[in-house]
Write a protein that binds this ligand. Structure first.
Ligand code: ADP
Ligand code: MG
Length: 705
């Protein structure tokens, strides 16, 4: 290593223009400890200082601009806290108003009316007029005109950074000083020549320099392109390498045969024809399980596409070969639901199905653990309680997790240790589809199966948007549905930060509905997160058995509940739900033969994003489409279950905008690993070395490596 490389490893306080105080702030605010850390904080946009805009061409969409002109008129307006300095700036095409709320006195003294200035600032639109608040003005001198024209970087900042002179301008200056000392050798190349050549990338050094200080659009684009490529490419390379290594080194239990359990289930119990997609996925799973390789597979399918049956039939393959199987769900309610449906489906097949959750305690638990350890229990269904250490299987061959995205990485790792010498085969089922780019990154080390077909006869759920104005009509509609013998869900949002408020919401809703649908003609169940499990269960069961007409609930019913006779889902305060949650909720209806409805209630005022969500729901029933829309609207980092994963902290890549690039880099990485799995080829040595240096950072991304 050259000592030049050490420059970037230097502690940030040694950087010219930083010092101990600023260093402290940089560390605390944005985790910058070394020169390199600072260099790795890319601008999120730029001010184009390569050209001067004409005032006459500005409009409310103009954003940041650079102007050259003369400061005309300047005067103080108002007084007290409202006092502000107002000026006019004119070029040969027109004039625009300038306004300062802070430092007005000082500015009035230092700026000179009649002088020519270069101005940077953000155009805003106020009272039908354009103006620029707090512009930066720099006197026009021969030097200022011949200065190198660049795009000025704008860095994400914080209040503290700004007040300590570490705003974009301050940081730009420090960074410029740093780059003056850096050269090619400070940025060792991490891509092989053949890739750089093939894609016409700038060198690493150029890319880094131009991401901060592009002098033209092409430089900026080329730098972005290369850095995005790198970021996605190395992650994919790593994920695929983990996947390949697992396949070549971790053996899986060999499920040689399909035997009595599976066949009897198939012939005697299965009441319907499997869809083509279910058959295809079962074949994919079967191939894994009989290959002696360890299966680690993601099963994606829309709500109601029949993932459970695929899971169950896979478990039967385990049983047929003398292994146990388990299915984990994120909530007690969902786990119970699985227990019920699985027990029903395998009834009479001489299969021991048991249930474990935090609420199974004492003697019952002790006995269960014994039966699990001696192999009396064939299938264990439950919550994460299954993951706890004292829960020991005799011989766990297959573990299925439903609604996987709610499990943390550490929890997932625990499953792998539930058997010896190999980990159990793993099948991960998602609650709703997740966008393709997300599954490629979050689950990039898994194989993926997709059920892209719903069982026949499913009718589209009629979805509509209603406001308070329509409420009477909505109630009328519900009375008619109840008269037809149907059951109704009313769902209220639950937002954890204000549980009391939510409860109030729910209780008020309950009171209003009780008045609207009075006893004894109508019966209402109510279920929410604050209730004891037994009470919840009791209320659920009343609804399941058809003893109540209406179920009022918070999102606890979101997952799993299966009441085919429920045909109307009314969602209150729809604007407070995310898309995937709405889709999941809607999936609670449309499970029977009857035409089903989903009514999305909102107040009169809904944000634009809220409107988008609602119109997406009204437009489509397709979970894959909804997942994509959800990611577009909220950004990948906010999709349920991804928040804490750290996976999506991309420096520059963007899973929404860079979908194509991601697919491309995954294919490129695949191609490289196919020929050189351990990257030992001289051409690939840079890849190997670079992966080694970023491994610890990528560690948390991979499940098990
Ligand atoms: P999800 O994929 O949302 O978990 P489920 O597995 O709960 O869906 O299946 C939804 C419903 O569809 C269940 O009642 C199930 O019995 C039924 N089902 C599954 N596959 C088929 C099929 N091929 N034909 C008819 N009904 C099916
Ligand atoms: Mg399910």
């Amino acid at each position: 290593m050259s000592n030049q490389q050490n420059i970037l490893s230097s502690p940030i306080e040694y950087l010219k223009g930083v010092g101990p105080q600023k260093a402290d702030i940089l560390k605390k605010e944005i985790g910058v400890f070394t020169f390199r850390d600072l260099v790795m904080k890319f601008p999120f946009r730029y001010i184009d200082k390569t050209q001067f805009h004409k005032i006459s061409t500005l409009n409310q969409y103009a954003d940041y601009v650079q102007l050259k002109g003369i400061l005309r008129r300047m005067s103080m307006v108002g007084n007290g806290p409202k006092k502000r300095l107002v000026g006019t700036f004119r070029d040969d095409s027109g004039a625009i108003e300038l306004i300062w709320f802070k430092g007005a006195n000082w500015l009035q003294r230092s700026l000179v009316v009649g002088k020519e200035y270069i101005l940077y600032g953000k155009v805003s639109h106020f009272n039908g007029k354009l103006n620029i608040a707090h512009p930066e003005l720099e006197e026009v001198t021969p030097a200022s005109l011949t200065k190198e024209k660049t795009f000025a970087p704008i860095y994400p900042s914080t209040e503290k950074l700004n007040t300590k002179g570490l705003d974009s301008k301050g940081r730009g200056k420090i960074m410029k000083g740093l780059f003056a000392k850096l050269s090619e050798k400070d940025f060792p190349e991490n891509l092989p020549e053949y890739l750089i050549k093939k894609y016409g990338f700038p060198s690493k050094y150029q890319a880094m320099r131009h991401i901060h200080f592009p002098t033209n659009q092409q430089e900026m684009d080329a730098a972005k392109e290369r850095l995005k490529f790198e970021e996605l490419f190395f992650l994919q390379l790593r994920l695929l390498q983990i996947r390949n290594r697992r396949k070549s080194t971790i053996k899986g239990y060999h499920f040689e045969k399909i035997d009595t359990y599976f066949n009897r289930f198939f012939n005697e119990k299965l009441k319907f024809e499997l869809t083509g997609a279910q058959k295809r996925v079962l074949k994919e799973i079967r191939l894994d399980l009989k290959s002696q390789v360890h299966m680690n597979r993601l099963l994606q399918g829309d709500v109601g596409s029949g993932k459970t049956i695929v899971g169950l039939m896979s478990m039967l393959m385990a049983l047929d070969n003398g292994y146990q199987a388990c299915m984990l769900a994120p909530t007690e309610i969902l786990a119970k639901q699985h227990l019920i449906s699985i027990s029903e489906m395998v009834e009479g097949l001489d299969i021991e199905v048991a249930f474990l959750s935090g609420s199974v305690k004492g003697k019952k638990r002790k006995v269960l653990l014994e039966h699990l350890a001696n192999g009396d229990i064939d299938i264990l269904v439950g919550t994460h309680a299954i993951l706890e250490d004292p829960v020991i299987f005799k011989n766990l061959g297959l573990a299925i997790t439903d609604e996987q995205h709610r499990f943390g990485v550490a929890q997932r790792a625990k499953l792998w240790h539930k058997n010896d010498p190999y980990p159990p085969h793993i099948l991960v089922m998602t609650a709703t589809p997740i966008p393709r780019t997300l599954s490629m990154t979050l689950y990039g080390d898994l194989d993926v199966s997709v059920i892209d077909e719903l069982p026949p006869g499913r009718k589209e759920i009629d979805t509509s948007h209603k406001t308070e104005y329509h409420r009477i009509a909505v109630f009328e509609f519900i009375r008619k549905q109840i008269a037809l013998g149907r059951q109704i869900y009313f769902v209220y949002p639950l937002i954890e930060e204000s549980e009391t408020l939510d409860l109030k919401n729910l209780e008020e809703g309950y009171e209003a509905l009780s008045r609207e649908f009075p006893m004894p003609q109508y019966n209402i169940s109510i279920v929410h997160g604050r209730m004891k499990p037994v009470d919840k269960e009791f209320e659920m069961q009343r609804f399941v058995k058809g003893e109540t007409n209406i179920m009022i609930a918070t999102t606890v019913i979101e997952v799993g509940v299966n009441v085919p006779n429920a045909s109307v889902m009314v969602i209150e305060n729809t604007e407070r739900f995310g898309l995937s949650q709405l889709h999941q909720l809607r999936g609670r209806v449309g499970r029977g033969a009857e035409k089903s409805y989903c009514i999305l209630m909102t107040g009169d005022k809904v944000s634009n994003e809220g409107k988008e969500r609602i119109s997406t729901m009204v437009r489509t029933n397709n979970g894959f489409e909804i997942a994509e829309a959800d990611m577009r609207l909220r950004g990948p980092g906010n999709i349920e279950g991804t928040q804490q994963s750290g996976v999506l902290n991309f420096q520059i890549a963007d899973l929404v905008r860079d979908q194509q690039l991601l697919t491309d880099v995954r294919n490129i990485a695949k191609g490289i690993l196919e020929h050189d799995p351990e990257l030992n080829h001289t051409d690939n040595i840079r890849l190997k070395n670079h992966l080694e240096t970023i491994k610890s950072k990528l560690k948390m991304w991979s499940r098990i490596s």
